[in-house]
Design a protein around this ligand. Structure first.
Ligand code: CP
Ligand code: NVA
Length: 311
């Protein structure tokens, strides 16, 4: 396998199955080394990461910053509006200039096309910290979590229940199908994943001996699965559709009754932040099934792997 150095990570589709597995295995090893006492592994000494945010973030922003610290590098973090971007300097000109100063860019944006533009003109790696289309770094941490909890990825069945058309669902579906994880999406009509993503995922799943299916009943989605995953019904930027989305997706709430239809040792996952009482109830997110805090922690180790390999 060729080195990942210098590559962008805008979509899970940017990596082959082998490359994705390599990133996850690297994250696993970095986590083990951290717990064995190596708090800093200075492979990025002298390197600087610049982060730009158009939307709020807790996990992504803090874990990327801490990842750079644990890799011996530096980090700068800005809101979009603080940079001249907020006054209309073009993305292309910004990308050209930043490439002269830093070694990598992490960006959280509304429009995925803005990330593509940034990557087109940047001479350094650009990493997607969430766009309207994908959240690939989340998917790397999630696959690491499933691997840790279940001991394998191939042959695992994951049900994604809720808004099937959002960024987290898209990256999760792509990552799962690249790694031989079966996916059942339980969602309402009008909330299916992007057909292009489904097509890509189906092709990958076929190569890896897994499947992806979309069902309309949450009970059907979770029946006998190893992992139940959900995310918010209203993503950042969709606030105007709040009422309609909550009405349309209302029956996809993850409750103890729903979890009991999954395997006895099934785990519950959520990328967070959660809207307790909407897509998931307290008894599940705080209950015996939940691995959400380990999942959130794994963002840190996943990001270290991504940064170490790309920068
Ligand atoms: N899961 C996730 O990306 O969380 P933040 O929005 O807090 O970064
Ligand atoms: N789908 C959510 C994920 C947040 C991490 C959003 O885009 O708001």
């Amino acid at each position: 396998m060729k080195s990942l150095r210098g590559r962008d990570f805008l979509s899970v589709a940017d990596f082959t199955s082998e490359e994705l597995r390599f990133v996850i295995d690297t994250a696993y090893q970095l986590k083990q080394r951290f717990y064995a006492g190596e708090r800093v592994i200075p492979v990025l000494k002298g390197k600087t990461l610049l982060m730009i945010f158009q939307k709020p973030s807790t996990r992504t922003r803090v874990s990327f910053e801490q990842a750079m610290v644990q890799l011996g590098g530096h980090v700068m973090s800005f809101n979009w509006q603080e940079l001249q971007l907020g006054r209309g300097e073009t993305i292309a000109d910004t990308a050209r200039v930043l490439s002269r100063y830093v070694d990598g860019i992490v960006a959280r944006v509304y429009k995925h096309s803005d990330l593509i533009e940034l990557a087109k003109y940047a001479e350094i790696p650009v990493i997607n910290a969430l766009s309207d289309k994908e959240h690939p770094c989340q998917a790397v941490g999630d696959m690491l979590t499933i691997l840790e909890k279940k001991g394998r990825l191939k042959g695992i069945t994951l049900a994604y229940v809720g808004d099937g058309g959002n960024n987290v669902a898209h990256s999760l579906i792509l990552a799962a199908s690249k790694l031989g994880v079966n996916v059942r999406v339980g969602t309402a009509e009008g909330y299916d994943p992007d057909p292009d993503i489904v097509k890509l995922a189906e092709a990958e799943a076929k190569l890896n001996g897994s499947y992806i299916e979309i069902v309309r009943k949450p009970e059907e989605a979770v029946k006998g699965v190893d992992v139940v995953y959900t995310d918010v019904w209203v993503s950042m930027g969709q606030e105007a559709e709040k009422e309609k989305r909550e009405r349309d997706l209302g029956k996809f709430r993850v409750t103890p009754e729903l979890m009991k239809l999954a395997k006895e040792d099934a785990i519950f996952m959520h990328c967070l932040p959660a809207h307790r009482g909407l897509e998931v109830v307290d008894e599940v997110i705080d209950g015996p099934w939940s691995v959400v805090w380990d999942q959130a922690e794994n963002r840190l180790h996943a990001q270290k792997a991504i940064l170490a390999l790309l920068l």
